[in-house]
Unconditional design. Structure first.
Lengths: 473, 165
């Protein structure tokens, strides 16, 4: 046999088998195993090394977590327990006969002796050991590279899982948002109905009140005062203060301050009427008539405002029945501004809503986009500032909506992230229950075939541009 | 009295202002009413009142105003020694919890009236606050018996007579 060359396992095995058949001593060392017999247990320190001659032995390892793993199936020509035997450490595995088998059982102390006493066996046994080791090493290499592949695959799957989770999160958010909007829509529809009734009762009653009043006054100048009052809009306190001074001059005989204030709020025609009837009708009565008219006027203005607010709220939160409609985006912007008027009080709002073509879309959804951006502007301008909303058409196929403020702007390092889900610079607890983030706005605009662009203006402040395609079908 | 004690109303919605001033009419023989549609205007008005040697006895202030809000205005009034004693009342439908807490802590808010208000309750608050103001300032209670809380004024009168001895 040449050195440096490993004969294959079977060849060496048949050589060893022959040696055994020729040696009685060796024959006594051959032990049979029945299927299921345990050769050694995991954790045992091994005194014997087995050379499998026939059958097969499985190596099994139980991990710390209790999980049992079949590692290797050893066949004739394989050593069993070679690792523990050659390292002197406790066995890492349990060896169990998988079928009826036979093995040459070599005790640790005897091995050296055999190798010395039976020079014929020495070389083949060494070769076999080498071959066994080589097999295991090969297997180890294969396992290493397989593990590497698996790790890569695992990582890839992990990435996919992350992506899937992100998408799930996004669609969850969207669903929650839709649910919220649906609830809001229902609430508003019910609310609008309920409020419309008293609002129309107010309007109708005030109209009846006007007729009644007109019939009640038996005096032309009194009913004249009432009519003037009815047409008088309330005045700013600055105007009232100024006019109180001139009214006091014109009616020096009036000493009561509250009376002067009321006279100050009258137009000139009323002053003329008061002067002309001074001798016939007490001034208090004239003023009362004017006031009655004025308060009915206020009732009408206020109830019309309620009716308009309700109308806007209704169309603002309209539940689109999935069908896109031909809409004028500007109507939605106006509704949104009216609905948010309370928050916009602190801001100078400039509208430049140029003519734009109608497009197919969902007005209610787009209103959420305007709301999100406008509410953000309000949040960064707690002490007032400027909000500019512009619409314009670019050719026949594009609508551009631009919303900008003169606030602190968007930090440059965040500008790319603001449309990401869950991105927020403020505490949760969206005001008005609507400020649900730019991610949803972005999604809504995307579903309309358009896109949002955020930037900072040179002169300061944030600018959002929404570009929508004009869709007619 | 050698000077006037004003009631100041700050409200930006003119119809609402009309209604508020109407409910204050009955006090006007003793307490002239001044109005402002925003905080900046109100600051000028109170300055004018102070310049003529008069006082602001009661400030009734809306919260949501264009420009500076009502709570901030009340806080600035509180820190101006001319108006520290002025009674301060928020009349609003919209001040949130945080704003209200701030008003109480920093402006020593004396009362909070929620919109919509009722004339009776509103006038009772005005009477109570002005009575407190008059007593705190030590003005002759007899002068205000007809419009303010006469029982409290009488008690104050007795108290001051007792301490005089």
């Amino acid at each position: 046999m040449e050195r440096g060359f490993l004969n294959n396992r079977e060849t060496i095995l048949s050589f060893i088998k022959r040696a055994i058949s020729e040696s009685e001593e060796l024959q006594t060392m051959v032990v049979p195993f029945s299927r299921g017999d345990i050769l050694f247990k995991q954790g045992d320190s091994l005194k014997y090394l087995y050379l499998l001659l026939k059958g097969s032995v499985g190596l099994n390892r139980r991990n710390e977590d209790g999980y049992s793993l079949d590692l290797l199936k050893l066949e004739p020509g394989h050593f069993v327990g070679i690792m523990a035997f050659s390292t002197g450490k406790d066995s890492l595995t349990t060896g169990k006969a998988l079928e009826d088998s036979e093995a040459l059982k070599i005790s640790q102390t005897e091995l050296e002796t055999y190798l010395n006493d039976h020079p014929r066996l020495r070389h083949p046994l060494q070769q076999l050991m080498m071959s066994n080791m080589a097999d295991r090493f090969m297997k180890n290499l294969q396992l290493e590279s397989k593990m590497h592949q698996l790790n890569e695959k695992l990582e890839e799957e992990g990435e996919q899982l992350k992506e899937a989770y992100k998408q799930l999160e996004e669609s969850h958010q969207k669903l929650v948002h839709q649910e919220k909007m649906a609830t809001l829509g229902e609430l508003v529809a019910g609310f609008a109905h309920e409020v419309n009734n008293p609002a129309s009762a107010l309007l109708r009653s005030s109209e009846s009140l006007i007729t009644n009043f007109e019939k009640l006054s038996d005096n032309d100048s009194l009913s004249g005062m009432f009519t003037i009052g009815l047409k008088s809009a309330p005045m700013s306190s600055v105007d009232i203060r100024e006019r109180m001074i001139s009214a006091q001059k014109r009616f020096p005989w009036v000493s009561e301050r509250s009376l002067i204030r009321k006279i100050a709020q009258m137009p000139d025609s009323a002053h003329v009427l008061i002067e002309s009837t001074r001798k016939k009708v007490p001034i208090e009565k004239m003023v009362q008539q004017f006031e009655a008219g004025k308060f009915i006027h206020n009732i009408q203005v206020a109830s019309e405002r309620i009716a308009n607010l309700v109308k806007s709220l209704k169309s603002y939160s309209r539940q689109d029945n999935n069908e896109a409609e031909l809409i004028d985006v500007r109507n939605g912007i106006n509704d949104t501004i009216l609905v948010l008027s309370n928050r916009l009080k602190y801001l100078d709002v400039h509208l430049e809503l140029l003519d734009i073509p109608k497009t197919k879309g969902h007005l209610g959804e787009l209103n959420q986009v305007w709301t999100n951006i406008i509410v953000n502007a309000c949040d960064v301008l707690p002490n007032g500032g400027m909000l500019v909303i512009k619409t314009k058409a670019e050719g026949e196929h594009k609508i551009i909506i631009e919303i900008s403020d003169n606030g602190p702007g968007i930090p440059e390092e965040l500008i790319d992230r603001i449309f990401e889900p869950n991105f927020t610079t403020k505490n949760q607890g969206a005001k008005f229950g609507l400020g649900l983030g730019l991610a949803i706005s972005n999604e809504i605009v995307r579903q309309h075939g358009g896109f949002i662009r955020a930037s900072n203006k040179k002169e300061g402040g944030a600018k959002f541009e929404i570009i929508l395609p004009v869709k007619l079908t | 009295m050698d000077h006037q004690i004003y009631i100041l109303v700050i409200e930006d919605e003119l119809e609402v202002m009309d209604a508020l001033v109407k409910d204050l009419e009955e006090f006007e023989q003793k307490f002239p009413v001044e109005s402002a549609n925003n905080a900046e205007e109100a600051e000028q008005v109170v300055q004018g009142i102070a310049n003529s040697g008069d006082e602001v006895g009661l400030i009734l202030c809306d919260h949501v105003l264009p420009g500076k809000n009502g709570v901030d205005f009340l806080i600035s009034m509180e820190s101006n020694q001319l108006f520290t004693d002025s009674r301060k009342v928020l009349v609003t439908g919209q001040a949130g919890l945080e704003d209200t807490i701030e008003a109480i802590n920093k402006a020593h808010l004396d009362h909070y009236i929620a919109k919509p208000w009722k004339k009776e309750g509103f006038q009772k608050v005005v009477v109570d606050q002005l009575t407190s103001f008059v007593i705190k300032k030590g003005y002759n209670p007899l002068e205000f018996m007809s419009v303010l809380n006469s029982i409290r004024l009488a008690e104050a009168l007795r108290g001051s007579q007792l301490t005089d001895h």
